[in-house]
Design a protein around this ligand. Sequence first.
Ligand code: CU
Ligand code: CA
Ligand code: CU
Length: 351
Amino acid sequence: MKRPLHTAPVMPSRRGMLFGAAAAATVPLTMLGRDQAVAQPGVMDHTAMTPGSASNHAGHAGFPSGSVPPERAGIDPTAILRDFDKGKVSTLPDGRTLREWEITAYDRDIEIAPGVTYPGWTYNGRIPGPSLWAQEGDALRIHFTNAGSHPHTMHFHGVHRAEMDGTAGIGAGSILPGQRFTYEFDAEPFGTHLYHCHQSPLAPHIAKGLYGAFIVEPKAGRPEADEMIMVMNGYNTDGGDDNEFYSVNGLPFHFMDHPVQVTKGQLVRIHLINILEYDPINSFHVHGNFFNYYPTGTSLTPSEFTDTIMQAQGQRGILEMRFPHPGKYMFHAHKTEFAELGWMGFFEVSD
Ligand code: CU
Ligand code: CA
Ligand code: CU
């Protein structure tokens, strides 16, 4: 029998208490946190910080822009786009493919936006870390060295034994500075996955930059495509529990100044991963086109044909599309605030 609604116990919710507290203090929510940063000229208006930069080209008029040059940042989102690291490949006695990687965590300051240096924690000096690529069923060994200043781990999404989970307190658990550990498991299931540090406190350990893509190709492969990786992240540059910058592949506004080059009619396959901390939801929207969406990349049948999808923290999926017309097409978070703080770019389609 259906339980009448009025008999349900009334539980105070954390959100209710938070909103209640805010209301009691008569502080308008719009005045809290990041909105203050947005209101400050110079934080929001990146063009004001970069006179004479490439971002001041005509054609971006009306949009905030101004990315740091990749050679100054030491990371290049365009290179990361198609940089699939297949590891050192050998064959095991049983005939299976073995892939091995050397991953070192270390602290590294990165100029993420002109004049804004972020004290990052990185895998192999990159934010995001290397995109590890394997084929379904391959044996994987990830030789991890912690050369950073804090304990870290590598926690992979996928199917594996508990002691290989890279979670503090289980198996080898926290890998202390100066220590080394080899994670060993098989590549399953096929799909678009990720790895990240799983050391407490978790949010800063992830948000500082310790994450990357983990792609498992189906045994039978996928149709030939211009394949790319887009890792959506954020940067909390001034403390608190909110982000001041958002990006794809590490540098805010990069793809405004360096559009993703694609060919008219060609199949484009994007492995899209949301590793944002502090904001519960991220999104992806493309202009002038629609795409097939495969959540988590674990099915060969798309779930949706659309131009906008959302991903919660840790969610990811594959987008497949063909651009029928040449020209420049924006892609960006459909949350305007994220877009205006760096999460926007262009596809440039040529014949
Ligand atoms: Cu960590
Ligand atoms: Ca902040
Ligand atoms: Cu995770």
